[in-house]
Ligand binder design. Structure first.
Ligand code: GRF
Length: 208
């Protein structure tokens, strides 16, 4: 049974997709053992509570400096003794110590087709604003392993989504969530839980 802890910052729609997929049998061999938010008053903590999942908030505001926060975040993750850490709309940089400790056991959902529209400053709605500003015709989402870089870890899966005439950033974000994020992230977790993928030379390959 794969023990997963989900890190969130906001609405938690990706968390909800994971909760619903476990309940419906889309994700097998997996238990969501905890949810950690960097904000105290977010919908994602409510979603965890409604699903009976232990949830804590670890906010940078509550700590003297970033190093002390980083250690508190890592301690909170370790408390749940997870096999896999899932970043689901988590907007805080992952401490290097956590990347070192968990290696290829941290995954993230990013709302673009990496390596486009990613890296520093590309998160949440800003990603879709940049896509529309550039006039891109196709965007999408990517699930990847987290390494010491920003959105640079081995890519697990991607799904393309068409940009449509008249899209606003909000409309495009919603379409990318519905058509890509909420499908890719549960599938990636199920693949990991059932040992279907491996990382070789920094690339993700399917196990035969
Ligand atoms: C989404 O755009 C997601 O792609 C990004 O964070 C935003 C909010 O996600 N990672 P959620 O609703 O909190 O899951």
């Amino acid at each position: 049974m794969l023990r997963i802890v989900v890190l969130v910052s906001g609405g938690g729609t990706n968390l909800q997709a994971i909760i619903d997929s476990v309940a419906a049998g889309g994700i097998t061999n997996t238990e969501i053992v905890g949810v950690i938010s960097n904000n105290k008053t977010v919908k994602s903590l409510e979603r965890a509570k409604n699903a009976g999942i232990p949830a804590v908030s670890v906010s940078p505001k509550d700590f003297e400096n970033r190093d002390i926060f980083n250690d508190a975040l890592l301690d909170a993750v370790n408390e749940f003794a997870p096999d896999l850490v899932v970043l689901a709309g988590f907007l805080v940089a992952i401490p290097p110590k956590m990347v070192a400790q968990y290696g290829n056991r941290i995954i993230n959902i990013h709302p673009s087709l990496i390596p486009s529209f990613c890296g520093v400053g590309y998160y949440g709605l800003k990603v879709h604003e940049r896509v529309l500003e550039r006039g891109a015709k196709v965007t999408g989402a990517t699930v990847h392993f987290v390494n010491e870089g920003m959105d640079e870890g081995p890519i697990i899966s991607q799904k393309a989504v068409y940009v449509e005439e008249g899209d606003t950033p909000e409309i495009l974000q919603r379409r990318v969530m519905e058509q890509a994020e909420w499908i890719l992230l549960p599938k990636a977790i199920d693949d990991i839980a059932n040992d279907r993928i491996t990382v070789i030379d920094n690339k993700v390959v399917k196990n035969n």
